[in-house]
Design a protein around this ligand. Sequence first.
Ligand SMILES: *Cc1c(COP(=O)(O)O)cnc(C)c1O
Length: 412
Amino acid sequence: MKNLHPQTQLLHSDRQFGTEHAASHKPIHKSIQWAYQSAQDIADTFQNKRSGYTYARGGNPTTAALDAQLNMLEGGIGTVTFATGMAAIATVVLSLLKSGDHLVASQYLFGNTTSLFNTFSAHGVSISYVDSTDAASVAAAIQSNTRMVFVETIANPRTQVSDLKGIGDLCRERGIVYVVDNTMATPALLKARDYGASFVMNSLSKSLSGHGAALGGSLTDTGLFDWSNYPNVFEGYRKGEPKNWGLLQLRKKGLRDIGGALSADSAQQIALGLETFFLRVERASANALKLAQWLAQHPAVEHVDYPGLPNHPQHLRAQQMFGANGFGTLLSFTVKNDAKHPFEVLDSLKFVMMSTGLGDNRTMTLPVAQTIYAEMSAERRAEWGIEDGLIRVAVGIEQIDDLIADWEQALA
Ligand SMILES: *Cc1c(COP(=O)(O)O)cnc(C)c1O
């Protein structure tokens, strides 16, 4: 299977681990309990001496099949899935940092992640927000107690592209856990492991499942981090090879203790979406590039943010990192002052959905400052480049001429 394209592997991987009644899909396992034939068997299962399930909060055969598929996509040594992307992010911080530690995070993070990190700062983890497009600004923020750096590959909504390689080199030199939220880029565009990520986080609610019908999140351990000297691994998890310690702790804390488990139904829904993952991202990225190019030349449009446009500040980096696979599915733009009011433009759309989502088959748009950034102060928004008139477009897989026609009549 290894030399096959990952899309081919996704379609055929379930059968690699043995089928159930020759089924082509991994079935949905609704049981939350498992029963064993002997006391020795249940004892061995609890002690990880034989493989098996004990209670569904720690995973079930349907989520395990999805874990394996995501792990293949990201090239990891193990992947854990969660009920949501936020549960995955909460787990990586809660299980690997403790009070007194320092976290360096991108200043262009998904809004809910920033809000979550503010909760952790109330619990004693100090946080510095830096410009992740520049590894030097990450370097300048590192302190003796810095244990983790957290960035996104492509930021939402303004599509800044992080210097994944520069930051990865820095983290490796300093022995810092490097977490990359790759949700906006997805493994169809790039593997964060190639840039030195210790963990790759994905929201499965977006392009990986694609249909806007299931929530989920994942953390993949790339096997690159050496846990032997990491101070926050509990004694009980310092067992076996050190490269597995981090994932073991994360699984026990995130699933068993915190309880952020993904349901079997959602795991199967996400796995169905994965069957067309590369097709969908290729199509939506191609659409996004064409729409961005079309918007950029429209007389009513002020500016367009899209990594595939030559005037994007990180266009060359984007080209090197992932351009050959597409420039992503997200863009944002502003309209000129003398043009229609942005709300009026959005209200004129015929089929493009006004919706908070992204990574869906359907194109979705929204005014950014007044919705997902409404909780943030106006000064902070200005600092982060969230202008009042900013419109975000999460591009779907519609026929491109239809998509352009809808924006054309809305901007007219
Ligand atoms: C959506 C999203 C998340 C959170 O994922 P959920 O599955 O919605 O909890 C985290 N990071 C990014 C970049 C996202 O787009």
